[in-house]
Design a protein around this ligand. Structure first.
Ligand code: SF4
Length: 261
């Protein structure tokens, strides 16, 4: 009988891909999530900015007052201005900020959208990626967040938002570099491909949850915060010096709501 999670998130799939043993520690054995970005340079500062920006955007799209927003960082107002220019509020549009959607079925999935925008019979999902590095379309196109979010939205848009998933797209936007959003518009063929990938990885995850063999991925060990469990060695200084590629593995603060899944 399976132990652990029954609903999968993009974070669970991403963790499985990093290392199946790490997935087992977190999602089957119940070890607490250790936030690896704590080990990285400036991460606490960026996590705070990310948290503030997400709250600011949530207030903005909820049409709540923003004048007194207690932003703890100097760029706050500039980012808000960029957000207003990027997505001005329109009477005829409907906004669902910070919306969690659960899609139940043979493989149950969860997605927490930063924003769902309904406009002109179309549905657009937004994800805020706050950081100093530009967004990378080739990375975003194939990451688990894109795959899970688009599959969940395609299946559940009618049930949750009363709209057919025609014209569905996903936009990643970074307020630090506001003129370079990345827009992904899936075709029905790409949705099918995504569904297939989810089936594949979910069945591997289920094997691990059922107590099956767990092949570790030792390539991930140098940057894994569970290293102590496997080798008895604490995470070393090298993690402070991670290069750009491995920094793509950082936990984004907004993934925290999906971490229980
Ligand atoms: S230390 Fe290595 S083998 Fe152990 S969980 Fe982390 S990545 Fe996997």
């Amino acid at each position: 009988m399976s132990a652990g999670i029954t609903i999968f998130s993009q974070k669970a799939f991403h963790t499985f891909e990093q290392c199946p043993l790490k997935f087992r520690y977190v999602y089957r054995d119940g070890l607490a999530w250790l936030r690896e970005d704590h080990f990285r340079k400036n991460s606490a500062q960026w996590a705070k900015r990310g948290r503030d920006f997400h709250l600011m955007a949530e207030r903005y799209f909820s049409r709540l007052p923003l004048e007194k927003f207690p932003s703890a960082f100097p760029e706050g107002q500039k980012w808000l201005t960029s957000l207003r220019e990027f997505l001005p509020l329109r009477e005829e549009e409907i906004y669902f900020p910070e919306h969690q959607v659960i899609s139940e079925g043979e493989i149950s999935l969860v997605a927490t959208f930063d924003l769902v925008r309904l406009h002109g019979g179309r549905i657009t999902l937004y994800d805020w990626k706050v950081g100093e590095r530009p967004l990378k379309p080739h990375v975003l196109r194939k990451n688990w967040q894109t795959i899970v979010y688009l599959v969940v939205a395609e299946k559940e848009s009618m049930r949750y938002f009363g709209i057919e998933p025609k014209g569905l797209s996903l936009v990643y936007w970074n307020p630090v570099i506001p003129d370079s959003p990345v827009t992904l518009t899936p075709t029905s063929a790409s949705i099918k491909k995504y569904q297939y990938r989810i089936h594949e990885i979910a069945s591997q995850c289920k094997d691990v949850l059922d107590g099956g063999e767990v092949p570790p991925n030792t390539d991930h060990c140098p940057m894994c915060s569970y290293r102590y469990c496997c080798t008895g060695e604490p995470v070393g200084e090298e993690i402070f010096e991670q290069d750009e590629v491995s920094r793509d593995d950082e936990i984004q603060w907004d993934e925290i709501t999906e971490i229980p899944f």
